[in-house]
Ligand binder design. Structure first.
Ligand code: FES
Ligand code: FE2
Length: 399
């Protein structure tokens, strides 16, 4: 019988992972404990809960987390489990509630999770001791991250690095213009790998390559990048790439669109009014990643976020959202079909690749293959993944 430690030890650096990493239920269960329940997970944006009492529920396998806007604009995350006998409290995926009432025996909770009323309980019942269990939450310029870990990794480096890139978009005042969910038959790491390389972009993404200089790997983006960086700096926009270092789990970059292309759109023309503090459409593309589940691409006039949830070794749920400026009016400032089509087309090309990749790994002919030089960031993701699994195994042994 092979152990996880053996699988990690046998991994050949610079090669894709062995089959069990993608298919084996026990490996997936280990990932759930050592990565998914340990790290910071992107839940959504404050744009989706603009008013006090607005909430949404993030369902992760058997975990259910309520994210709710408080009275002072603050945001709380609570386990969606009543402190009476444990019923789910919020049954809808999103909604609005002045107070959170359990549907079973109607205990009532405040937005901050404290227990407000518990009907027919004895006079000496202690309300204070029965508030909803909190879930760790961090906000960075309107991006909401939660952690199922009681002592999660330090979030400060993520906040410090992401904030300058995200703040100009004013996500807190933005509008969620469109959302879409995909349920893919693939392993979550294949999606993460796909998003860390553009080796496939030339053949797979004609629309993306028409918009982004250098994406086809046949031309250099260097001089355009240098020119644009001067311009972006002069406007106070963040330009310094944040790389993955050691065991860090986040990444940020700003890169240029092709000259003459205004935004991520099929015709290269603007989609909507510039978001937040942006005064023009020349902000390039902001790309953010936070492992294991957050990807974001933002152009001056809209943001595209991707929340990835691994529900099993062979199932990955993608929740996508498109955000525009809070004052942008549908049909006047933007057309929702135009807003969505660029990433719908490009994303669906990727989802197909990821599902095909998984099917091929399932065959008896699969064996790990070598990464191309253009896939260096995939190799780094694999190193991060194996490093976290290894560290987790050691901590588990010590525990
Ligand atoms: S389980 Fe919630 S009030 Fe009883
Ligand atoms: Fe792609």
């Amino acid at each position: 019988m092979t152990t996880l430690q053996q699988l990690i030890d046998e991994h050949q650096s610079g090669y894709s992972l062995a089959k069990p990493f993608y298919l084996n239920q026990n490996v997936y269960e280990a990932e759930w404990q050592l990565i998914w329940k340990k790290y910071w997970l992107f839940a959504g944006t404050t744009a989706s809960i603009p008013k006090p009492g607005d909430y949404f529920v993030y369902q992760l396998r058997n975990e259910s987390v309520i994210i709710i806007r408080g009275d002072k604009g603050d945001v709380f995350a609570h386990h969606n489990s009543c402190r009476h006998r444990g019923s789910l409290i919020c049954l809808e995926q999103s909604g609005h509630a002045t107070k959170l009432m359990c549907p079973y025996h109607q205990w009532v909770y405040n937005k901050d999770g404290s227990l407000h009323k518990a009907r027919l309980m004895p006079d000496d019942f202690n309300l204070q001791q029965h508030g909803l269990k909190p879930v760790a939450i961090e906000l960075v310029a309107g991006l909401i991250f939660i952690s199922l870990n009681d002592s999660p990794p330090d979030f400060e480096p993520v906040r410090k690095d992401f904030a300058p890139f995200v703040q100009p978009f004013q996500i807190d005042k933005a509008k969620v213009a469109y959302q879409k969910q995909y349920v893919l038959r693939t392993n979550w790491k294949l999606v993460a790998e796909n998003f860390r390389e553009c080796y496939h972009c030339g053949p797979a993404h004609p629309e993306y390559c028409s918009a982004v200089i250098g994406a086809n790997l046949r031309e250099s983006a260097d001089s355009e990048l240098l020119t644009k960086q001067q311009l972006w700096k002069s406007k106070g926009l963040a330009t310094d790439t944040v790389n993955f270092v050691d065991d860090s789990f986040h990444f940020a970059i700003r890169y240029p669109l092709r000259p003459g292309i205004t935004t991520y759109s099929l015709d290269g023309k603007a989609i909507s009014k510039p978001m937040g503090d942006h005064r023009d459409h020349d902000a390039g593309v902001v790309g953010l990643v936070c492992y294991p589940n957050f990807w974001m691409d933002a152009v001056s006039d809209y943001i595209w976020t991707m929340r990835l949830t691994a529900t099993g070794p062979h199932e990955t749920i993608l929740d996508l959202a498109w955000l525009v400026d809070g004052d942008a009016k549908e049909g006047v400032d933007y057309d929702v079909n135009r807003l969505v089509e660029f990433w719908k087309i490009t994303g669906e090309q990727d989802w197909q690749l990821c599902e095909n990749n998984f099917k091929g790994i399932e065959t008896s002919g699969y064996e790990p293959g070598p990464y191309a030089p253009a896939e260096i960031d995939v190799a780094k993701f694999i190193d991060w993944y194996l490093g976290r699994m290894q560290a987790g195994i050691q901590e588990t042994l010590l525990a």
